[in-house]
Write a protein that binds this ligand. Structure first.
Ligand SMILES: N[C@@H](CCC(=O)N[C@@H](CS)C(=O)NCC(=O)O)C(=O)O
Length: 160
């Protein structure tokens, strides 16, 4: 199953989607004369992440009954305060957004690219600048695959 981003989530997370910056990056040869490397077009990034999701499905989906979170991370299910530190253009963040679009979980967003305070907070608390990072009751969890698994299990347990 490939997760699609709904219009509602596009609006909520991105304002405009894809961000106009990426539209202009991928359009026209004038902006990218010969010899100047062109950024990967936005649409292609989404396809790459979709392909990655499909491959991960083949490798085996996480089982909500037997799932164990990484060491130190709270168990999914029940009530948790969830805050996702992300950017709009990070493919690993997009991967988490796609999961969020498919599950009914309330997650607060902090975009570190447009929010110096959020960026500083992330660095101060974790010692890292890496996104995505989701704080679960204040405990930071990195790795888009871990965040995605945790969110899926959280949604499934709460729906049961
Ligand atoms: N394996 C990580 C990769 C995350 C990653 O590389 N994020 C990039 C942005 S696309 C980043 O934040 N790099 C800056 C840094 O790590 O300091 C994941 O899947 O979440």
């Amino acid at each position: 199953m490939v997760f699609e981003v709904s219009a509602k989530v596009k609006q909520r997370h991105f304002g405009s989607y894809p961000p106009s910056r990426h539209l202009s990056e991928s359009s026209g040869s004038l902006a990218h004369p010969k010899g100047v490397s062109k950024p990967i077009p936005w649409r292609m990034r989404r396809h790459v992440m979709g392909l990655m999701d499909t491959v991960l499905k083949w490798m085996g989906e996480v089982d909500a009954d037997t799932y164990e979170p990484p060491a130190g991370i709270p168990e999914p299910g029940g009530e948790h305060d969830l805050v996702l530190y992300k950017t709009d253009f990070c493919p690993f963040c997009i991967r988490v957004m796609r999961v969020l679009d498919a599950v009914d979980v309330d997650v607060k967003m902090r975009d570190v690219s447009g929010d110096p305070e959020a960026r500083a907070h992330l660095l101060e608390v974790t010692g890292r600048r890496t996104v995505p990072c989701m704080f679960i009751d204040g405990v930071p969890m990195f790795e888009s695959a871990d965040i995605s698994d945790w969110l899926r299990v959280h949604a499934e347990r709460n729906a049961a």
